[in-house]
Design a protein around this ligand. Sequence first.
Ligand code: FEO
Length: 393
Amino acid sequence: MVIKKLSDKIYMFRQVDWELKEFHGPIYPLDNGTTYNSYLILDEQVTLIDTMEDEFMSIFKIKLREVLNGRDIDNLIVNHVEPDHSGGFLDIFENFNVKNVYTSTSGKRSMQKQFFKDVEYTKVATNETLSIGEYTLKFFLTPFVHWPDNMVTYLVEEKFLFSNDAFGQHITSTHTFANEFGFGRVLESAKEYYANIVLPYSDRVVPVLEALSNIEIKAIFPAHGIAYKDSVPLIIEEYRKWAEGEVVKKAVVIYDSMWGNSKTISLTIGEALYDSGLDVKRFQISKMRSSTIMKEIMDAKYIFVGTGNHNSTMIPSVADFIERISGSRVKNKKGLTFGSYGWSKDFAKKLESRVSEAGIELIGEGIYVNYVPTEEDLSEIYNKIINIIEEDK
Ligand code: FEO
């Protein structure tokens, strides 16, 4: 665990968790783990903003005691109830003589359910302030960004925003700020985080960004990953685009295939999309990290979904991924279905209705080939895609 001094009285405690393979369950597979950040303010009233995963509490308590130098924690702010931020709540509450706990109304309800303990919680609302000595904390409720209880805490005098999950990423590094690590790399990770964690609640993000635009923010300190200083306006602008469902000239082709025939069709579709001037990402669903596919889908204009016929329906990985898209409530998507089949074409109707229900507007008839696509089939598919994209411009 590293301790970073952000100013005379403000400390960041960062725990890198290299081993974490899944974030919030199997929906979000990770390559490089994550980090947990907790923040301590040594003012007249000592204030801790969020704790961290229970498994790191032993080391966290040792490090906290070093910095506290005999002082207790007066205030504990619970920005979010999930165990990656409040797993160590009881440990801190019971070992550091915590006097006050501040959280949202929904946070209080969830904390009581989670810890079966009737701790005295002070509920806070948007724009409520708490004076802790030299410093003032101001709270903003951010419900459904990404759970109902989420809130962020603003340190008025320093203009620091402690944003919890919002603006987070799974960067595993001991660098403090995005510019030290490279903003481009941080942005890619923040985008993946948004696509997998925040995307379904984008309509709730828009008013939060609006509320935050009324305050000056010098730095954003999320509870996962790296903080932002010079890049604050950049990451806020990216959040605005993602929240509003802005799309770029990109097509994502996702499919699964039993004997390679649907894959062959996907290759031709990909080629035609590329020749139509689009950036193209083509993924075999069962062979790719679902979290990466979601990141690419989020800002793509077109989504093409293909499958072979399997027991008169879709290959299960395809059905599963369509459900994933549906739950993510994607916006501004157009697309087409495709696939190869043998003796039954029953899957086509199901595929089309599921893709359509998932929020992808179908801009043409599905492309289906009986058994192995011939050269003529592929040439026809190529021309069809070229025409569809041309007509859609
Ligand atoms: Fe919603 Fe970082 O937990």
